[in-house]
Design a protein around this ligand. Sequence first.
Ligand code: ADP
Ligand code: MG
Length: 707
Amino acid sequence: MSVDYSKTPLESIYGENCFSESVMKQRLPKSVFKEFKKVQVGEIDLSLDVAEVIASAMKDWAIEKGATHYTHWFQPLTGLTAEKHDSFISPESDGTILMEFSGKELIQGEPDASSFPNGGLRATFEARGYTAWDTGSPAFLKADNTGLTLTIPTAFVSYTGEALDKKTPLLRSMDAISTQAMRILKVLGNTTSKRVMSSVGPEQEYFLIDKEYFQARPDIKLTGRTVFGTMSAKGQEMDDHYFGVIKDRVADFMRDLNTELWKLGISAKTQHNEVAPNQFELAPIYASANVATDANQLTMEMMKKIADKHNLACLLHEKPFAGINGNGKHNNWSIATDDGINLLNPGETPHDNAQFLLFTVATIKAVDVYAPILRASAASPGNDHRLGANEAPPAVISIFLGDQLTNILEKMAAGKPVEALDGKMMEIGATTLPKLPMDMTDRNRTSPFAFTGNKFEFRMVGSTQSVAGPNVVLNTAVASILDEFAERLEKASDVNAEIQKIICETYSAHERVIFNGNGYSGEWLVEAEKRGLPNLTSTVAALPVYIEKSSVELFGKYNVLNKEELESRVDIYLENYSKQINIEAGVALEMANRLIFPVVSEFAASIADTILSIKSVVPTADTAAQESLLDNLNGQMECMLKTGIALGKEIEAALELEDDLLAQAKAYREKVFPAMEDLRVCADALEKITDKQLWPYPSYEDMLFNL
Ligand code: ADP
Ligand code: MG
């Protein structure tokens, strides 16, 4: 599988399985290519004629490469991806076949994927679900043991157009922010840009463990995380893993992973050891939000697949191991024009300063006003272990701007002079900003939402999550503020004066969300409460925010998600939360009763036997140590039994609540989850005192220090 890059230059395989813009340019008639570019920037609608030509070119390309099937690839609300393969064959009456793929088949599919969660939407509207080609994200060839499949990124909607997936609202939110940002750019005198894209670069964290250990741990296998396990004597306290030398076995995995991603045209760029033992990170080069979302889904899939080939298991869960860091996904976000102007770039001209400050304060306001929805977009059962725990940003949303930018905005808001680059006093649109360092030395790792030079980094996102959700919220929230600004600017007689006013007013009104200090400290939580910043500490607390009036209005106004779509999402996510905790609790009980209990009983019996046999030889021998161990074992087993029974009862009670999804999820959060933790305390105590040779599953030490 490994490629020798001295013989096969990387440039020659990069994107070989991607129907990229350059492949299109080569294979499509010029006029069709031109028209398609117009479709991509939203200037015209896609015609069936154009689709017909593209479909035919795609099919020829795919077949030349060895593909036999195509699929409409979509992202249902499970958070995973879905595909159903159709072969290109079309039988002739003489027993031969033609290989066909029509424009219609490219544009729309009808997977009848009726078993995906739809939160009641399809029952209400129409049974069938349809997939629609996302023309902005390139088709690619996906390889598995069935062969190569031409894979077309699509959105998944109901017959009447309700979104049943993660992609549809993302595309709608990209339209919303483009429309509103373009209005601002027009006022600022931009005549060249046609569209504004939101750009996303997700940094993906993960763990690798030996596959044998993965197979031997029912909890990891079924839930992605350990529900039991005591930390080894060594954890991450030595900081010796972070950015350390990459071990050979991991390096082999990374090399093959990169190769597979590069072939797909996914720009894997950065790789390194992370803070926790056996934890790593991969970051691609950013792309437009829909392309980045697709690429990240594929990256996660590839990570698992390539790991398997290397006899490893890739753990993407937000908290596979207690006591050391979990996995996050930093969502780097910016907005840029189709002709390459990053609107969050401080820039070098007076014109840039107006643009940058305007888009920056719009983001600040959006994050402050819509903090609860942004928080909700990062809510997942796995992420509940991180947000608010001492490793990830707290569940309170705040923004890190860095001292320099904060200082500038504070002074401006207070009407105080700020010295500009050219030594003059700074004036919006007339002077240039003092230089903001791109790579700030005081980069703050504890902030959930940090300005990092020319983009914002949303650090709350869970490692298993699709980045679609958080970017839907970011795009829509910022679009709504840009809309407000545009209303004012379009009417203003003196645009620069109005911009200055907007910046000052907006910053003053939303300064409370700026926090440059240590987000992990206890004092910050107290301070945040004083400032009135919301603190939604769990998934169950956060999810209902989606259907509050202000959210319904926001998403409705920009046609991103209507009330029914939002309600269906909340239902699905709540149900998913309950199911996940239910599985975790079930596995915990299984492991306690059927793996731990028998082994510990046996061990206890062997200690009892030892005591008896020692006494039979030396009747006066002191066996206090053995007796104390035996006593301890018995005590902890009793504890395990009791907490197990209590957990079982809580599960039963939660299951009863199936008619009220919120009440059920609350029961899982408030009753089942803590009961599971109680059980863990006894089980982990037993692990600490039981013969390691007997212990029924691999320990943290085995899994984390053995690659
Ligand atoms: P760090 O770990 O220092 O935050 P990384 O290099 O690991 O940085 O990841 C930074 C991510 O941000 C990369 O995916 C990068 O492509 C992305 N990025 C850089 N510039 C932008 C931008 N303008 N918009 C969105 N993402 C960006
Ligand atoms: Mg990084």
